[in-house]
Ligand binder design. Structure first.
Ligand SMILES: C[C@](O)(CO)[C@H](O)COP(=O)(O)OP(=O)(O)OC[C@H]1O[C@@H](n2ccc(N)nc2=O)[C@H](O)[C@@H]1O
Ligand SMILES: Nc1ncnc2c1ncn2[C@@H]1O[C@H](COP(=O)(O)OP(=O)(O)OP(=O)(O)O)[C@@H](O)[C@H]1O
Length: 289
């Protein structure tokens, strides 16, 4: 049997860090939402019990380091599954970009294998397992829009944001999330208004939502990679209503509502950046098949 699963990318509309925890992780408070840029994962059963990863992208590991591999391994162990799986990853989300590509592949693999291996687990159970793989995986199991707290794995669903275009621009660098958190000086950050962002979204107020975007990790990545600031400035100049770096970066996103403005920004940034996309917010949660 074969199964196709979509693994959408996320952006962080607001990202605050409260303090460093004793386990080495940081306590976060962030608003995340899924966007219409997705990897496609094809799962097919293997009778020999092995997990085999296929991908055409040279930056995607094809062994235990792959988060989709870890997802399959975890399910196999916890649910005592003898079967194996071929995992074909059609990579559309840029790698190490701050868009949770690997985490979403892991989440999609959990959802897909739950169906392929007929395990009968709920999304909540899959999200709990996902947290063992990475902090962003729990959110990616559900998708949609949520307030994420803890180290990112405590999820409270909120309304879908008002619809708009999201223009993504990624410079030709990858960023290590661990390095960015390590270089963050928590005591010096100016905290974004996460509650303001949630209220704006719940009220369906696009202008207010644009006003409240903020990410404490931005300053850290900007210091390491000044080209991210150039992209931010370009996006603002071309007329985006809000501009922010997603997650630990380096991808910058801009929000706009009008098609004409979206085209202007998209065309203005192409050629200037490694990768540019114009996609819609998805906002709605994923349901089990
Ligand atoms: C930047 C974000 O993508 C925003 O959504 C997430 O906070 C990071 O999520 P992620 O990539 O799934 O992170 P993980 O794979 O769990 O952790 C990678 C590394 O980032 C650091 N890390 C991550 C999450 C967190 N709340 N505090 C941390 O300090 C830790 O050093 C960890 O070793
Ligand atoms: N399925 C996968 N797809 C992409 N990268 C993966 C995958 N599995 C493991 N990796 C490894 O994870 C690293 C980070 O890649 P990923 O694209 O998930 O970063 P990211 O978008 O910045 O994540 P996040 O936003 O959750 O911090 C890559 O350099 C790669 O070595």
């Amino acid at each position: 049997m074969k199964l196709m699963v979509k693994a959408p990318a996320k952006i962080n509309l607001s990202l605050d860090v409260l303090h460093k925890r004793t386990d080495g992780y940081h306590e976060v408070k962030m608003v995340m939402t899924t966007i219409d840029l997705a990897d496609r994962i094809e799962l097919s059963e293997r009778e020999d019990g092995r997990i085999v990863i296929y991908s055409h992208n040279r930056f995607v590991p094809d062994d235990q380091r792959n988060l989709a591999y870890q997802a399959a391994q975890l399910l196999k162990k916890r649910c005592k599954v003898d079967k194996g799986v071929n995992i074909l990853i059609d990579k559309q989300i840029p790698v190490a970009a701050g868009l949770a590509g690997g985490s979403s592949d892991a989440a999609a693999t959990l959802r897909g294998l739950n169906q392929l291996w007929d395990l009968g687990l709920s999304l909540d159970m899959l999200a709990e397992l996902g947290a063992e793989i990475g902090s962003d995986v729990s959110f990616c199991v559900y998708g949609g829009t949520a307030l994420a707290t803890g180290r990112g794995e405590v999820i409270e669903h909120i309304e879908a944001p008002p619809n708009c275009w999201v223009i993504l621009a990624k410079p030709e660098i990858g960023v290590s999330t661990a390095d960015v958190y390590r270089n963050l000086k928590v005591q010096n950050v100016s905290h974004p208004n996460v509650e303001g962002m949630i209220e704006a979204i719940e009220a369906g107020n696009y202008r207010e939502m644009c006003k409240f975007v903020g990410n404490v990790l931005e300053e850290v990545t900007l210091k390491m990679h000044p080209e991210v600031l150039l992209i931010k400035e370009q996006m603002k100049r071309f007329g985006a209503d809000a501009v922010l770096m997603s997650g630990s970066g380096p991808t910058v996103f801009g929000l706009v509502q009008h098609d004409s403005r979206m085209h202007r920004i998209y065309n203005g940034l192409r050629g200037f950046c490694d990768k540019v996309y114009a996609v819609r917010l998805i906002g709605e949660r994923i349901t089990l098949e």
